[in-house]
Ligand binder design. Structure first.
Ligand SMILES: [Zn+2]
Length: 434
């Protein structure tokens, strides 16, 4: 596998050209299950127990107030948090799509509709360069790829990720070769292909695409390739922490009381929790309890089902929902999501396709934000959690919108003209519009 391109010496990791890998405060990779530590490299599973590897940091040198000033003086993108990410300090000067610092919208109109009095905010990640939160994670992965000496960026995808990888590779001067099911909707194909990288349709479904990528990673043909959500996954996943950092900084360095986060693989939710914990440990926010709620679509709700049944294991489902960006039937981080929802006093809930469409329209007509189906899931779940008493409307609540409604126009097909009239006032009056 690609790990052979990187040599781990006794005390440091070097890349393919023999220079030391500089990933800033990232100290090692640590197994989430057994704690086994290995040097930084393009590996993602523990050699002892096959558990997932994640980044372990050394933040011990930071003075809280100096760090806060450094962040506040940083660029208006995720690199303002470079001291807390697995990237070198000079990352802001390298060509990158520079996502992040998206709007935290105070959603007073939506709050009135939902009966929220404690402050309701929408973290609107549709404002990223390719209009989804995936830019945050890919921006991280490409810096890790650069550090390890990879020259090709790759992934398997059904949409948002393909576009994010294509754009990031184009900007950073990498080759990109992305694999998708051959029969994806034309809109998604165009959005992934426009950046000029190689886009390969695989005759099969998403599971077949994934299987193919696993084979390619183990083959000489895939040597020197960075697969953003496979061999670069520990670095890639850290990009989601920037959502927590931004939310807290935008709230005036305060923790929200409640967050509603979509669940696909579950990685984003676990990293949001990790980011909040880091801010508390670093003293950048005052420690207080917060609750994290997970949101799924009923047609792909393995974590919600497990949560409601009181189970620790997540039973895979065959997805059937309009929320395709969340349609992962066997979510890798599902058990960790259950832990976090229970530890923080949150919950996991799901809404059906009709409720998702209603919520997309509700957010659009109250706040002028057109969310993709995943945003309909979080807004719809927020409404349901308030109705069933699990989410406290008197507390500060942040709801995530992870993508742009233009990506999922099919979901709201039928939304259109109020009336068609002749070009005269009489016809306008006849239509009851005067
Ligand atoms: Zn392990």
């Amino acid at each position: 596998m690609a790990a052979q391109t990187v040599a781990n010496t006794a005390d440091s990791t070097v890349n393919t050209t023999g220079s030391p890998v500089d990933l800033g405060p990232a100290a090692a990779l640590s197994c989430r299950e057994c704690g086994h530590r290995v040097p930084l490299g393009p590996v993602f599973a523990c050699e002892e127990c096959f558990g997932p590897l994640e980044i372990a940091y050394d933040f011990s040198a930071y003075d809280t107030e100096e760090l806060r000033k450094r962040i506040e003086a940083g660029p208006s993108n995720i690199w303002r948090y470079a001291p807390l990410l697995p990237v070198p300090a000079d990352v802001a000067t390298k060509p990158n799509i520079n996502p992040g610092w998206t709007k935290l919208v105070k959603a007073d109109n939506l709050a009135r509709e939902l009966g929220v009095t404690g402050g309701l905010y929408v973290k609107d990640d549709s404002g990223n360069p390719t209009h989804s939160f995936k830019d945050r994670v890919v921006a991280q992965a490409i810096e890790a790829a650069r550090a390890f000496g990879f020259t090709t960026l790759s992934c398997s995808s059904t949409g948002n990720l393909a576009g994010a990888v294509g754009a990031a590779a184009a900007r950073a001067g990498f080759r990109s070769c992305v694999f998708i099911p051959h029969d994806l909707e034309q809109g998604k194909v165009v959005m992934a292909a426009i950046y000029g990288g190689e886009l390969v349709g695989i005759e099969g479904n998403y599971d077949d695409v994934n299987r193919f990528c696993s084979e390619l990673i183990g083959d000489p043909a895939g040597e020197g390739w960075g697969f953003v959500n496979v061999n670069l996954r520990p670095y890639y996943a850290e990009g989601s922490k920037t959502l927590s950092y931004e939310i807290c900084e935008q709230l005036g360095w305060q923790l929200p009381d409640q967050l509603v986060v979509p669940i696909a693989s579950g990685s984003q939710l676990t990293k949001i929790d990790k980011g909040l914990q880091e801010l508390i440990k670093l003293g950048l926010v005052e420690d207080k309890p917060y609750k994290i709620f997970g949101a799924q679509a009923e047609g792909c709700s393995p974590v919600s089902v497990a949560y409601k049944a009181g189970l620790d294991v997540v039973r895979p489902q065959k997805p059937n929902t309009i929320a395709k960006s969340l349609a992962i039937g066997n979510p890798a981080d599902g058990p960790y999501v259950l832990d976090i929802a229970r530890r923080t006093g949150g919950a996991v809930e799901d809404v059906n396709d009709e409720q998702i469409v209603d919520a997309i329209k509700l957010l659009a007509r109250t706040e002028g934000i057109f969310a993709e189906t995943a945003g309909g899931v979080t807004v719809g779940v927020t409404r349901k959690l308030i109705e069933n008493g699990l989410l406290d409307p008197t507390k500060t609540t942040v709801v995530l919108n992870t993508g742009d409604g233009l990506k999922t126009l099919d979901a709201v097909a039928g939304t259109g003209l109020t009336a068609t009239i002749r070009p005269n006032l009489e016809s306008f009056r006849e239509a009851g519009l005067a």
